[in-house]
Ligand binder design. Structure first.
Ligand SMILES: [Zn+2]
Length: 272
């Protein structure tokens, strides 16, 4: 019997956040036929040193959709200004509607202590939808879910104590993850290098740009593979010593808890 396909939802604050923190895993899920929806809570209209809001929002929407094509995922950008996201009731309802329409089995989002207020409030808003997703009288225009999804955070770097951790080797999709990132040219080759004073180091041609991205932005995923190495070896055996890049997640304390339910874990994570 064929296993039921999953609905996987990944919520970031800005277009490019999910690509960065979860892009490889998103592609592992989508390549196995699972439905994946990437949501950006804001339209990303502040991250640029030259472009104004309207022009930047238009450009970033095109970049995000192109990245979604590379990852083979659906992509939704909420019309909220970058840098102005607040965990309001109105925004909670907007997100509840998106969740109910998509009916995810798992929702992944930022870990709670990230650097940017939009990231922290994204986490808050995602957590605030738990339980309410099953309550019919809240947002009554969209039918409620029958049960809560599982909620997981993107790992900040190390396995988290007293949580359920899971690590995904992404070597097989690393080149495609770079290609998804590469679509966000306004960020990868303009805004972020400008904020770091390395704009003069950005190459012009695609091949060199991808190498530049891999060296510059890839370190975090090499580090994740190293930090989770004992976990990876336990799961994959000795071959895991050779894994170069990994993404990782850990459970949030809300929603459906997979805990030590082996069957549930296999259904949600061992399918990719
Ligand atoms: Zn962001």
């Amino acid at each position: 019997m064929l296993e039921k396909k999953l609905n996987i939802m990944a919520v970031g604050a800005h277009p490019d956040d999910v690509e960065e923190q979860f892009g490889g895993t998103a592609m592992l899920y989508s390549s196995k036929g699972h439905r994946v929806l990437v949501v950006s809570m804001t339209n990303g209209d502040t991250g640029h040193q030259i472009l104004g809001r309207k022009e930047l929002a238009d450009r970033r929407r095109k970049e995000a959709y192109a990245a979604g094509k590379v990852m083979n995922t659906e992509y939704k950008i909420l019309p909220i200004h970058d840098g102005e996201l607040v965990p309001s009731l109105a925004n909670r309802k907007k997100l509840l509607k998106v969740i109910r329409k998509f009916r995810p089995d798992i929702i992944f989002t930022h870990s709670p202590a990230e650097y940017h207020p939009d990231h922290r409030y994204t986490t808050q808003l995602v957590l605030d939808t738990s339980y309410l997703v099953i309550v019919p009288n809240i947002v009554p225009e969209v039918p409620p879910l029958k049960e809560n999804p599982c909620y997981f955070y993107f790992s900040p770097g190390k396995p988290q104590k007293s949580s359920f951790n899971f690590c995904f080797p992404i070597d097989s999709v690393w080149d495609r993850k770079l290609l998804a990132w590469h679509q966000h040219a306004s960020q990868m080759y303009e805004w972020l290098p400008w904020t770091m004073g390395i704009l003069d180091q950005v190459p012009v041609h695609t091949k060199e740009r991808l190498e530049f991205l891999s060296l510059w932005r890839g370190k975090r995923f090499v580090s994740l593979a190293n930090e989770y190495r004992p976990w990876l070896i336990k799961r994959y055996g000795k071959t895991a010593e050779k894994i170069c890049y990994a993404e990782a997640v850990y459970s949030a304390p809300v929603g459906k808890q997979v805990g030590m339910n082996r069957k549930e874990i296999e259904k949600l994570f061992f399918c990719i």
